[in-house]
Design a protein around this ligand. Structure first.
Ligand code: ZN
Length: 1485
């Protein structure tokens, strides 16, 4: 094929006018295009082109059957084909262009088989007795009967299953009749149209390379499957038919009552399918009389009459003669046709004997065309004719070597042109056209080698990827270099020597001339210098485009290395592994441990080095022995280990000994498996069941700053850099610290010893029992040993070495310590945590009715920590902001966060740590549980906060928003669906945490708190130190129900809860207060979204409905069916019904219009008759019901009218959260003016209220709710243009700038004031805040400033800030995603952040995407405002382009973003006018 990339026609044409950068774009696009195809075609198991938006199962497709593989088996080889095709150049009755045909292929059986696989794509077959084909034997061979036949769409096969086997050495004939579409898709046998004097003409033509011959007739469609083809074409009288061979017979005939001409062609030499060609047209031709060879140029008659074919005709003969001499081989065919097609995708295609061209590549008008046109014609002809030998006569075995074929033609084309146009000095131009062009690309670190392994190229998409700039231009450049250093004559001689004209050798020669073959290895060792690439960066936009395009190409390859099963993940190797899907065969191929061994005890010693070694690397060393018991006979030990370097013992990674009288088998061999993260120990004989053994290893690992396993964190202490060694094992990182059976059910006792620098302190789960100074490796160290842990999982292990201090409580028998930087402790920042820890632990002891199981409780604040906190048993790790609180500097929110996170983590000490779920699929129960009971713990220590109300804001409403999408997923997954570390990491999502909390709260509400606690307590006591599945909890709660005579629930806990955990989403319950009718329906935010995920319960729930009438609580009602009637809910007059009181159930509620009106009028007259939660619920339900088109948008807006009287936080927060959507959708439109005016009117009374309450902002409000709501008041008042707010904020900030050591801004208002002031200000304010950020000693102050810096309205400041996120010295790694997200929140910053993330996705993902919990927020944050078709397309493109990179924990967020954007577009279209007029009316009044 020529050097033009495959672009869909329409995309390509518009771009051509854009010049250089457009050309570059085209490369990028064609790559993107191919990638898209790669997605639909390349991945195993995908159904191509279904257009479905459902998330496919992540279990990889495992090829099992021969037809599952893209490559043909080697059992059959084709010998001859007889193909007859009849293209119809007029549409049929269905207005479709078709072709019909029949074909027989004679093939020989090389290996016994009862299966015929032959390629066929998009063909409709005539059936014979239910079969797609007929089979007969050749000669004396008898054909087996056909048992069945079928088509495989994915791998494009017609499969013929025989009743018995074919005989080796015998030949058979397979006959088929078929029809296909003569589509205008430029693939296979296709249709092209052009206008001729105002009349539309249709041409049937073909493009078989690389895998489209199978779309014209069934064939063994691989280049090595060479055969002789006898072609017959039936065509309309008056048209001409062409094919590879010379026409040998042409006669008129009648077929199907149509007058036709039947043209037969001489059989081809043995050749590949991809260079077949068929054309039917009304073209004319011109012919050369100079040579013995028939040379014709075919084109539109008018073009030929204008002489446009003359130049091509003139140069063809001489170029062929040149190659005959150069190759020392005569042209192998009896004719050379070249045809100019009006509609042709590639530049040209080297079909043997019938080369097809774009018109611009073959036609030249000496009056009208440019020199460039002429050069192009000569060059393309020369390129294609070079293939007549190199490529067609001798063909490469498989597409992986395509570079040699195309690189070769791209090189020698210059020689051919030079021969016919010696004055052009064309050979010099290779520097421009190939060398420099590809230098630009190949100088990027993202380039790739020329050569690929055969097994890496399988699918049509992978084959199509081979046609790229590297193959053509670099191929040409390195072959030229080869020719240069060998000298031209030697090069030509080698080419010629390897050639042969004897048909017998065609097949053997497929591997190419031996000299060339050796040298083809050059591509593999060709190193690229990174530095060359830098020069490109100055070239501006077009270069940037190139870089993006290229990095896509490169990343596509990496996707293959990392994403697919069977790959070696994380090796950092640039080699491209095979794309054939991985089939687990061996025990170590599976991610889950076998059940043959169970660990009992570990003895682990670790020595982290807090100073870099000679190689400037931070490392740790260690040794570990694990005693395990054999439960099932096995000669294999599989133990997890990741990124550890082992000390070898006689060639083995480990030593094994028996315990007691058990004798250990000898180790036969050991090895590491990178993909599944195992150390494998193969024994010479079997371990004995019931006996125990000890496996000993010594190892070293990197103490990297990767926040995973045993890792390094750094912080500045009085200008001195300090290093902390710390750990994060959840979910699968313990194996990175020492070899272990790293699954939650593999509980054991751990005895830990840490070796550490003198003067540092070492911590672990247990209490330190011995600490003594020692000398190791000539270093003075301290060796600290810890008491053995109780039986526990690896994921809650923790190790820390630091120079922190601690404060300790003396109130209880339990040792409670808060560890942190000494300075922070001296400032009293640990006091609050210390004060609440003891009481919270005591609360849980009573709540669970179980004592705290450990002898100490350490909590430590780490400067660099990925999650908010981690519940390591006895040594909980926190971000500083989640543990430290300064009563002078921190806000109420900070304090609440500290209390909440501590309460969450301590809840896990029992639920999660003492009793652990069997496997990560039940993670929702662990996290949902802690996320629910954390409120109870906080409420115990801070009873005035009414914190339990806040669950509706923090969890219920938050997850409602996500769970109302068709792309949501159920809480619970099956154990077998969660295997790989990536799948485990995906479990840590909002659904698990927030919906988990919401449904467990509902459960507790309908059981009542005492019954819930009772069931919980018996569960924890029964399963202490062991593992459970979620149904174990249901069982214990059921028992608690049974033990409570007054409690009646309509069915079992399990039956009720299954409906909430096994199906996604939640219902909207509608009450008609006129009839008492009540019904439920799956609530979807977008009513038109399609739910692809089936539910065994048909999306109906058992719904516990607490409700009230006129403010009086009524008896709980259970809705068990889709519809029901509850007479008590029928009301009249001024009576109103309010259901789901306090949002105790996880569902939304809708009413008839009258009841809505009565509820609104109640709010208007006396809103305090309803609880704070119910006020919030009315607003939140109304806005979401309006989104779902269940009520009018204006009804939702009406729920905000009473807000001018509302002073409470939760209703305001609910309203602002919903109005925020209106702000986001409209802050770039004309709606924003009236909207701002309305909200200004609503917020002003609240702002004034707080001016009063705070005595002109000099005092702190007393109520927790007020402390929060003043923040809303200031934030909204400033945003909506309340002048006194702007003044107040700016004056505070100016005061602070004037005296940086004295910050006059009230702690609670700091975040808001910083953001508003920086938004009102310019570079001066920004730089001041940046300085304050860098100097901030309190983490939460730093975090406020970091967010506020994103509030500037100045684009260059925002862009500079985005760049800062890539520098860990400016923005800590843990803060990168949230910083980018803050910038995206800003209406000015949003497009800047989006560009930034798109441009750097691969990097950002590699750095932050793995296992980072906050990562999904990045995508959802950036796309919040997306509400135009253009933005949707951008988002989809982003998804396609980065599929290979991956999205990690953002995978679901991305699906949701696409769905949300689609919904936003629709919503804005449908509501903009109403909303604009409603807001306008409100302000006119
Ligand atoms: Zn948790």
């Amino acid at each position: 094929m020529g050097k033009v990339y495959n672009i869909s026609k329409n995309v390509g044409l518009g771009l051509l006018v854009l010049g250089v950068s457009a050309a570059v774009t085209i490369i990028g696009l064609s790559i993107a295009y191919d990638k898209q195809r790669a997605k639909t075609q390349g991945k195993p198991g995908d159904e191509a082109d279904t257009g479905s938006t459902s998330i496919p199962p992540t279990t990889p497709f495992t090829p099992r059957e021969p037809w599952d593989y893209y490559r043909l088996p080697d059992s059959l080889v084709p010998l001859t084909y007889n193909v007859t095709l009849w293209p119809r150049l007029k549409p049929n009755a269905d207005n479709m262009y078709i072709f019909t045909g029949h074909s027989s292929v004679v093939f020989r059986c090389k290996k016994e088989t009862d299966l015929i696989l032959i390629h066929a794509n998009k063909l409709n077959f005539t059936m014979y007795g239910g079969n797609h084909a007929k089979l007969s034997g050749q000669g004396e061979a008898a054909a087996p009967a056909i048992r069945s036949t079928w088509l495989v769409v994915r791998t494009q096969y017609l499969v013929v299953q025989l009743s018995s086997k074919l005989a080796v050495g015998k030949s058979y004939e397979l006959y088929t009749e078929f029809r296909g579409e003569l589509a205008d898709d430029l693939e296979g046998f296709y249709r092209s149209e052009y206008m001729d004097d105002g009349v539309k003409k249709v041409v049937a033509t073909s493009q078989m390379q690389a895998t489209y011959a199978r779309k014209a007739f069934p064939c063994f469609d691989e280049p090595a499957m060479k055969a002789n083809f006898s072609v017959t074409i039936i065509h309309e009288r008056g048209t001409v038919a062409l094919s590879n061979g010379k026409e040998i017979d042409s006669s008129d005939s009648i077929r199907d009552n149509v007058q036709v001409t039947v043209t037969a062609f001489e059989p081809t030499p043995k050749m590949s399918t991809y260079i077949l060609a068929f054309v039917v047209c009304e073209f004319g031709y011109i012919q050369s009389n100079d040579s013995n060879l028939l040379i014709r140029i075919w084109a539109r008659k008018k073009a030929l009459n204008d002489g446009q074919g003359n130049y091509a005709l003139n140069v063809t003969g001489p170029i062929l003669q040149f190659y005959e001499r150069y190759y020392n081989a005569t042209y192998p065919l009896s004719k050379s046709d070249q045809i100019a097609l009006p509609d042709f995708n590639a530049g040209a295609m080297e079909n043997w004997g019938l080369v097809t061209y774009r018109e611009t590549a073959l036609l030249y008008d000496s009056n009208l065309s440019s020199t460039g046109n002429k050069e192009r014609v000569a060059t393309v002809i020369s390129h294609e004719l070079a293939h007549m030998w190199f490529g067609n006569l001798v063909t490469l075995q498989w597409w992986n070597d395509l570079w040699l074929n195309e690189g070769f033609a791209s090189y020698v084309e210059y020689l051919g042109v030079d021969f016919v146009e010696p004055t052009w000095n064309i050979k010099d131009y290779i520097i421009l056209y190939d060398v420099q062009k590809v230098f630009a690309i190949d100088a990027l670190a993202s380039s790739h080698p020329l050569s690929r392994k055969e097994e890496e190229v399988n699918t049509p998409a992978e084959i199509s990827e081979m046609f790229n700039t590297i193959s053509y231009n670099k191929g040409a450049a390195v072959l030229r270099m080869l020719s240069e250093f060998l000298s031209e004559p030697v090069f030509a001689k080698g080419l010629s020597v390897g050639n042969s004209n004897t048909k017998k050798h065609y097949f053997h020669l497929l591997c190419g001339p031996s000299e060339l073959n050796q040298e083809s290895d050059m591509g593999k060792v060709y190193n690229i210098s990174k530095n060359v690439g830098l020069g490109l960066l100055v070239l501006g936009v077009s270069a940037a485009v190139t870089i993006i395009g290229l990095s896509i190409a490169y990343d596509k390859q990496r996707a293959k290395t990392q994403g697919k099963p069977g790959d070696e993940a994380d090796t950092g190797s640039t080699s491209i592994p095979p794309t054939t899907p991985f089939t687990p065969r061996e025990p170590w191929d599976y991610y889950r441990l076998p059940d043959s061994l169970v660990p009992l005890t570990y003895n682990v010693t670790l020595w982290p080095r807090l100073k870099p070694n000679a190689d400037n690397m931070y490392i740790f060393t260690g040794h570990s022995s694990v005693v395990f018991r054999c439960k099932k006979e096995t000669d294999l030990i599989l133990i997890h280990a990741n990124k550890l370097n082992f000390t070898m013992y006689g060639g083995n990674h480990a030593k094994l000994s028996g315990q007691g009288e058990a004798a250990a088998p000898a180790i036969r061999s050991t090895w590491l498996v990178v993909r599944t993260q195992y150390l494998v120990v193969q024994l010479s004989s079997k371990l004995a069941v019931g006996k125990s053994y000890e496996l000993y290893t010594e190892f070293r690992g990197e103490l990297a700053d990767d926040l995973e396993g045993f890792y390094r964190s750094e912080y500045m202490d009085d200008g001195v850099k300090k290093v902390v060694a710390t750990s994060q094992m959840q979910a699968t990182y313990a194996r990175k610290a020492f070899p272990c059976f790293d699954e939650p059910a593999m509980k054991a006792n751990f005895s830990v010893t840490i070796i550490h620098e003198r003067g540092t302190v070492a911590l672990s789960n247990g209490k330190e029992i011995d600490s003594s100074d020692s000398i190791r490796d000539n270093v003075q160290v301290t060796v600290t040993a810890f008491e053995p842990t109780p039986k526990m999982s690896t994921y809650i292990l923790a190790f820390v070495v630091c120079e922190f201090g601690y404060i300790q409580s003396n109130d209880s028998n339990l040792l409670i310590r808060i560890w942190a930087r000494k300075k922070a402790l001296n400032d009293g920042q640990g006091n609050y945590a210390l004060n609440v820890t003891g009481p919270i632990l005591q609360f849980y002891e009573r709540y669970y009715n179980a004592t705290y199981p450990l002898s100490k409780s350490d909590q430590i604040a780490l400067p660099d920590f990925n999650a908010g906190a981690m519940e390591n048993w006895g040594l909980v790790t926190y971000r500083e902001t989640a543990l430290l609180y300064d009563s002078n500097l921190s806000s109420t929110g900070n304090k609440e966060r500290v209390a909440t996170v501590i309460s969450h983590e301590l809840a896990h000490m029992w639920f999660g740590n003492l009793v652990t779920l069997q496997w990560w699929n039940d993670l929702w129960l662990n996290e949902g549980f802690a996320s629910y009971v954390e409120y109870l713990g906080v409420d115990f220590v801070e009873p005035t906060w009414n914190i339990k109300d806040y669950i509706i804001l923090y969890d219920v409403q938050k997850v409602f928003a996500i769970d109302a999408l068709a792309s949501s997923h159920p809480l619970s997954r099956k154990e077998e669906e969660v295997n790989t570390p990536a799948e485990i990491s995906e479990m840590f999502n909002t659904i698990s945490y927030n919906k988990g909390a919401a449904v467990l709260r509902m459960l507790s509400e309908f059981l009542s708190e005492p019954v819930f606690a009772k069931g919980l307590s018996s569960y924890l006591n029964e399963f202490a130190y062991s593992n459970t599945v979620h149904t174990d909890l249901w069982g214990h709660l059921q028992q608690a129900v049974a033990d409570t005579p007054d409690l009646h629930i309509p069915c079992s806990v399990r039956d009720i809860m299954n409906r909430w955990t096994l199906q996604m989403g939640f219902p909207v319950v509608t009450i008609n207060t006129r009839t008492g009718g009540i019904s439920q329906k799956h609530f979807l935010l977008d009513p038109d979204s399609k739910v692809d995920r089936p539910s065994q319960f048909n999306y109906t729930w058992f719904v516990p409905i607490k409700w009230m009438k006129n403010g009086v609580d009524q008896q709980q009602y259970w809705l068990l069916n889709k519809t029901d009637t509850h007479a008590q809910m029928r009301v009249s007059g001024q009576e109103w019904v309010l259901a789901n009181t306090n949002v105790s159930g996880y569902f939304r509620i809708n009413y008839d219009a009258d009841n809505w009106d009565r509820l609104l009028s109640q709010l208007d007259t006396s809103h305090q008759a309803l609880s704070v939660m119910n006020r919030a619920q009315i607003i939140d339900d109304a806005f979401n019901l309006a989104r779902a088109k269940l009520i009018p948008t204006t009804l939702a807006l009406r729920t905000t009218q009473y807000l001018s009287k509302e002073r409470d936080y939760i209703p305001w927060a609910s309203a602002l959260r919903n109005l925020r959507y209106y702000i986001l959708m409209f802050d770039r439109t004309e709606v924003y003016g009236p909207l701002q005016a309305y909200l200004k009117k609503q917020i002003e009374p609240l702002f004034e209220y707080f001016e009063t309450v705070t005595t002109n902002w000099t005092k702190t409000p007393i109520e927790h709710s007020d402390q929060y709501n003043q923040i809303n008041a200031v934030w909204m008042a400033c945003s909506m243009g309340v002048e006194s707010c702007r003044k107040q904020v700016s004056s505070w900030f100016r005061l602070w700038m004037g005296n940086p050591d004295h910050n006059p801004i009230p702690s609670d208002l700091k975040a808001t004031v910083y953001c508003s002031a920086i938004g009102f200000g310019g570079a001066e304010e920004w730089d001041f805040a940046w300085k304050m950020f860098q100097n901030a000693s309190l983490a939460s102050e730093a975090s406020r400033l970091r967010s506020a810096l994103a509030c500037t309205k100045t684009p260059w400041l925002l862009n500079r800030y985005l760049e800062y996120t890539l520098d860990p010295n400016k923005i800590r790694k843990q803060d990168v995603t949230s910083t980018i997200q803050s910038i995206a929140n800003n209406v000015i910053g949003m497009p800047l952040a989006w560009n930034f993330v798109r441009a750097k996705w691969s990097y950002i993902f590699q750095q932050y995407g793995r296992g980072s919990f906050s990562f999904s927020n990045l995508i959802s944050g950036i796309t919040l405002r997306f509400s135009t078709e253009f933005e949707l397309q951008e988002l989809k493109k982003f998804k396609e382009e980065n599929l290979h990179v991956g999205f990690g924990s953002a995978t679901m967020a991305l699906e949701q973003a696409i769905e949300k954007t689609t919904a936003n577009i629709k919503w804005v279209t449908e509501n903009k006018a109403d909303v604009l007029s409603w807001f306008t009316e409100q302000t006119v009044k």
